[in-house]
Design a protein around this ligand. Structure first.
Ligand code: UD1
Length: 431
């Protein structure tokens, strides 16, 4: 295991390019299971989650060719439509092979993904969706097993609401099952996230008939077969947002390029309210330098489904508000227990208390470096951001979490002038 060592206190300056979105590309790789022709994806980030997904797809019969940021996949239909626990447990998104397997093969057997450090994370909405399309679904020995009637899924009306609104994963999974159904399907209470739209665009490039993605009602006209296609993955709004917060927290001038500012409206609005100077163009955002003595205004946020403030930027916002000039309230409406980072930020001298599903952040004038432990992907990004401004040295342990979703973050931050490097961990007890 590696750690990051960060010497805090340097304002960042320079340009960073956004990679393709992890959350878009993972289900899109699974969409290759829907055709026997080649699906070629461009702008695929080099992440451990992508490698995990490719490993699962190989078990399911995909031949994978990777060259730079392009990945070409072709699937032999002969392999068993079974995704085992030892692969699925590594990454929840691997449950999204279910829809393509069920849609094309008429049968899927995928290990129940279980919870993770950000909360319980059920899959009931996925299952209700598959049932609404006409599948018989049951749970057996830790696996979700679904079968379509002879001749394939008929299609149907799926209501995908969850306790927090909608489900990104269920919307994509059920959408992928529906594209090859015999009839028409309607998904209501569908998630509107850009990653859902990107997947629908990719499926349509493969010959699917998906309409309305990006709105709460998606209509899908089933087609007999999909063909090969080439598609470029949308830029990662969470990665871009994290670098924008890195500029804001250090008071530096950071220009984030190759991003889609319109996908970050909620974050940009919160940054304006906090007093961060920003400029933006069609595909870039730049933070304006700030005197380090000038503290930001405390600013409340509530995480919500898109276009609300993303839960995947909640931890980063907490790091920023830890230094604001007053009290801000962060309310988590998507994953109510997603506060593993709170205790670690406290170790840097922050004043934050949890109040049910909210965190009350009392800004302090400065943080001071310490050894802290990453617990999940976005939490680790927040700890790195806090380390960039903490006085002295911060060591972030278990950074394999961050490698799941950020391409070589330490190299990108170093290129912006941060003092951060990776070292083997000699202190942590084994997991
Ligand atoms: C995706 C993202 C993740 C992000 C999350 C919310 C990927 C690979 N991951 O995760 O980074 O944090 O969206 O934006 O794209 N729920 C149910 N039943 C279900 C499914 C979900 O109750 O069957 C609930 C969840 O517990 C949660 C909410 O719905 O409260 C949203 O979860 P969901 O959108 O499904 O998250 P993921 O797709 O797993």
């Amino acid at each position: 295991m590696d750690i990051f060592v960060i010497q805090g206190g340097r304002p960042l300056q320079g340009t960073v390019r956004t990679a393709g979105a992890k959350n878009s590309c993972l289900p899109m790789l699974a969409a290759a299971l829907l055709t026997e022709e080649t699906l070629e994806l461009e702008n695929v980030p080099d992440l451990s989650d992508v490698r995990s997904m490719l490993g699962i797809l190989e078990v399911l019969g995909a031949k994978v060719e990777r060259s730079g940021t392009s990945v070409a996949l072709r699937t032999e239909p002969s392999a068993q439509p079974v995704a085992p626990w030892d692969l699925v447990r590594k990454m929840r998104a691997s449950f999204e092979v279910f829809g393509p397997l069920l849609g094309r093969r008429g049968r899927a057997e995928v290990s129940y993904p279980g919870g993770c450090s950000i909360g319980v994370r059920p899959v009931d909405a996925h299952i209700r969706g598959f049932e609404a399309l006409g599948a018989i679904v049951r749970t057996r020995e830790g696996y979700v097993v679904a079968e379509a009637p002879p001749g394939g899924l008929p299609g149907g009306e799926a209501y995908l609401a969850t306790s927090s609104g909608s489900s990104v994963g269920a919307t994509r999974n059920v959408m992928m099952a529906a594209v090859l159904a015999r009839g028409r399907s309607v998904l209501s209470c569908a998630a509107c996230e850009p990653e859902v739209v990107d997947l629908a665009n990719c499926l349509n490039a493969m010959g699917a008939k998906v309409h309305g993605a990006g709105s709460p009602t998606i209509e899908i006209e089933g087609v007999e077969a999909l063909h090969g296609a080439r598609h470029a993955v949308v830029p990662d709004r969470i990665e871009a947002g994290t670098y924008v917060v890195a500029g804001a927290i250090t008071g530096g001038r950071v220009r984030v390029e190759a991003c889609r500012p319109e996908h970050l409206t909620a974050l940009l609005d919160a940054l304006y309210r906090a007093g961060v100077g920003l400029e933006r163009g069609r595909d870039w955002i730049e933070t304006q330098p700030r005197d380090p003595r000038e503290r930001l205004r405390p600013t409340d946020i509530t995480t919500q489904p898109y276009p609300g403030f993303p839960t995947d930027l909640q931890a980063q916002w907490m790091a920023l508000m830890a230094l604001a000039d007053g009290v801000s309230v962060i309310t988590e409406r998507i994953f109510p227990d997603r506060y593993m980072h709170l205790a670690e930020i406290l170790r840097l001298g922050a004043r934050i208390r949890r109040q049910e599903t909210a965190a009350v952040v009392e800004g302090v004038p400065a943080l001071s470096g310490a050894s802290i432990m990453a617990s999940d992907l976005r939490a680790s990004a927040a700890l790195v951001l806090a380390g960039l401004v903490a006085q002295g040295q911060t060591k972030v342990h278990r950074v394999y979490h961050i490698d799941r979703g950020y391409e070589r973050i330490e190299e990108r931050l170093s290129a912006l002038g941060a003092s951060i490097w990776r070292e083997p961990d000699t202190d942590s007890p084994p997991l």
